[in-house]
Design a protein. Sequence first.
Length: 222
Amino acid sequence: MKLICLGSGSSGNCYILDGGAEALIVEAGVSFLEVKKALDFNIRKIAGVVVSHSHRDHSGYAGEYERAGIPVWRPYETGDQRRMCGRFLIFQFELVHDVPCCGFYIAHPEMGSLVYASDTEYIKYRFHHPTHILVEANYSADLIDPAAVNRDHVLTGHMSLQTTLDFLAANNSPELMNVVLCHLSQDNADPDPFREAAKKVVSCPVHIAEPGLMVELRKEPF
Ligand SMILES: [Zn+2]
């Protein structure tokens, strides 16, 4: 299973879990055309799209998929707990944002499990030995200019690096194969120190989500 990042952050979020025969789209914040290109126009393999919340950078292009007949799951509207898309089994869990927002626990026979959480102040839950974690590390308190007018907006509904590190420490296990930090703020985050800080709390590779990132999500270490 390959994780492909097409966008991460307030300009648009979209991740593809591409299993070769079938793919799941996580977040519809990048145009359908970009997704088609990334999949070599093989859109028949898209098993579904999951959207975490109504903000445009996550949901803006959902209608394009629906017009193409591809199912879009918005559990923050429907309230249902789980869904099967092809062989992807997806559970939603509640996050803490300024609008109803959910994270996803996604299991697939070729990937193991992936916990995805973005746009949240913190994560209430602890997971049983996830194989991969894709989690927001939005800002570092040290990097925020106290005089900045958008300070409150930055802090509300997003996860600080320290909160992310606490979450990673609580969910670390020998089974954890990859951590991907996502939704880094343009002004209040610094990719290299963020990666180094995360590497200190987990014993697996740590990646930073940016357009073009591709990570092989294996179930086993070999
Ligand atoms: Zn949001």
